[in-house]
Design a protein around this ligand. Structure first.
Ligand code: ADP
Length: 266
């Protein structure tokens, strides 16, 4: 059990819990993520995937139950976790290189160390030639590369990604997926990746954790036993896709029914 990096035990999260109408986002999530694993959190919109990621990030606390890193309860955010959001969250007034080194500057790392690390990350994330641009002069894909480089700057043990490719066009997304696979192969960061895209989840992950409709549980964890690089046309891929899509569609249908009932009651 020593190689379990992140775990969740009976995690429940209700918002507005003291009000007459609490929002029951997560009912009971249990999950073990091993050191170095890439795990996708997949599920219908609004089922609590981001909420779960934020609890692992230390930005939200469970209503009951607990999330752990290396067996220790998560008490708040920390430099052991790098986070990438869908909306880039870059500083528009800083060049690419300074966006990446931001955390290191705050932490008082030497200029030599900052420069060495920034050069390494620029190389790893394919940003060569863009070091001195400002975010407004970058494409969506390039901005997301900067966000990934910035999350890795501290050399965190864990990478948390919240639909990082959700806003990208199909071609850019596909390139970002293959680049993220090679970054993961180089760094072996334990990664939690939120998505509602089945294809993305299968292409990237060691395991896909499928969340049920809200209030959610983890319905099934699918281990994806296929070597990289994976192709959407591989027999194995198509089999996993069918299996996961069937299960996901069931939960999406339940969510739609629930939303329709709620709308009817208003
Ligand atoms: P997902 O990432 O799966 O789309 P979220 O975690 O964003 O789902 O949201 C789960 C549920 O919790 C949704 O019903 C959402 O509206 C609700 N929710 C999320 N954040 C808050 C918040 N800060 N306050 C109240 N409700 C929230």
């Amino acid at each position: 059990m020593n190689d379990v990096k992140i775990s969740a035990e009976h995690v429940r999260k209700y918002y507005a819990e003291t009000s007459a109408h609490p929002i029951r986002a997560i009912e009971d999530v249990n999950l073990d993520v091993k050191e170095g694993e890439f795990v996708s959190l997949l599920g219908p919109s609004g089922c609590g995937k981001s909420t779960f990621l934020f609890m692992v990030g230390g930005f939200e606390r469970p209503t009951s139950g607990m999330c752990f890193i290396d067996g220790k309860p998560i008490q708040g955010p920390g430099a052991d976790r790098g986070i990438v959001f869908q909306e880039y969250a870059l500083f528009p007034w800083q060049k690419v290189r300074h966006n990446i080194s931001y955390g290191m500057r705050i932490a008082g790392k030497s200029k030599v160390e900052q420069d060495r690390r920034v050069a390494e990350l620029i190389q790893m994330t394919g940003l060569q030639g863009f070091e001195d641009r400002y975010p407004e002069h970058l494409s969506g894909g390039m901005k997301q590369r900067v966000a990934i480089a910035r999350a890795l700057a501290y050399d965190p043990q864990i990478l948390l990604m919240d639909e990082p490719f959700g806003a990208l066009d199909a071609q850019t997304r596909s390139k970002m997926i293959s680049d993220l696979i090679s970054i993961h192969q180089k760094t072996r960061k334990t990664t939690l990746f939120v998505t509602h895209n089945v294809e993305e989840a299968i292409l990237l992950s060691d395991k896909v954790a499928l969340f049920s409709a809200r209030p959610s549980r983890i319905k099934t964890v699918f281990p994806i036993e296929m070597p990289h690089p994976r192709k959407v046309t591989d027999d194995g891929f198509v089999k996993y896709e069918r299996q996961i899509l069937d299960s996901l569609e069931e939960e999406m249908w339940k969510t739609e029914q629930m939303d329709a009932n709620a709308a009817h009651q208003q």
